[in-house]
Design a protein around this ligand. Structure first.
Ligand code: HPA
Length: 256
């Protein structure tokens, strides 16, 4: 059945779905990464495509911005459209001081200030966590092993140069915020002191929807800007580095 926000039928979506925030990015992934992609939904301009990658069916659908939007699309995909696994491919603001633009953060947990979380199980501070299988597969594809400290700062010039070119891959917690334009240095300082790597706006809702609907989920973010330094990715680099996160997501689907 078509859902209130997706004009597709069961079978139109593959069991595995990549979710960027931006509909144009969904279109770009469909056109440049997937083979034989066809448009399966376009309600509200939230474009969804199904194609294949290396012979496996894969879909891509934009989530829009923020947790209510992500929650609607993820819930409808899991509940009505036969989707089993969703990987969000997004951008995030770097919070921890060792992060650089272009680094990738795979979110092994998502703290949140969202009221959606507070009301989920009354009286409980819900833990938003990804699928262990997808997390382990994406971390392995990104060359992150448990022995490598997640907050290792660049210590040598060679490592710094290498990072500037390709970015490092980290596994750690993100903060899923309801607010983009917030002025809360004290909150940010405490989150960083508690090991939080980056801020974005969707991961917690995706992880909660997967838990509620019996699906699996993961978030892989490219760091597009830094909270502690005036710096952001140039448009060309943004696409290049974003593609790297897409490849990590596709590798996770193939190997998890
Ligand atoms: N805040 C929230 N979401 C984001 C940011 C940010 O600074 N950068 C990219 N996504």
């Amino acid at each position: 059945m078509a859902t209130p926000h997706i004009s597709a039928e069961p079978g139109d979506f593959a069991p595995d779905v990549l979710m960027p925030g931006d509909p144009r990015r969904a279109m770009r992934i469909a056109e440049t990464v997937l083979q034989d992609a066809t448009l399966v939904t376009e309600v509200r301009g939230i474009l969804g495509y199904t194609g294949t990658f290396e012979g496996r069916p894969v879909s891509v659908l934009a989530s829009g911005m923020g947790m209510p939007s992500m929650s609607i699309y993820a819930t409808e995909l899991f509940r009505f459209l036969g989707v089993e696994r969703i990987i969000r491919i997004g951008t995030a603001g770097g919070m921890a001081p060792h992060l650089n633009v272009g680094d990738v953060v795979i979110a092994n947990a998502a703290h949140t200030d969202s009221a959606m979380s507070a009301g989920r199980i009354p009286g409980v501070h819900y833990s938003h966590a990804p699928s262990f299988a997808l997390l382990a597969a994406a971390a392995a594809a990104g060359g992150v092993t448990p022995g490598k400290p997640k907050s290792e700062p660049p210590t040598t010039t060679a490592r710094r140069r290498r990072r500037a070119r390709t970015g490092a891959v980290y596994v750690g917690p993100v903060f899923s915020s309801d607010t983009f334009y917030a002025d809360r240095p004290a909150t940010n300082d405490k989150l960083v002191a508690h090991g939080t790597l980056a801020v974005e706006m969707e991961a917690a809702a995706l992880y909660a929807a997967a838990d509620a609907e019996g699906g699996e989920a993961l978030t892989i973010c490219t760091i597009s800007d830094l909270l502690f330094r005036e710096e952001s990715l140039a448009a060309a680099d943004r696409e290049l580095l974003f593609d790297r996160a897409v490849q990590l997501g596709l590798a996770a689907f193939a190997t998890a």
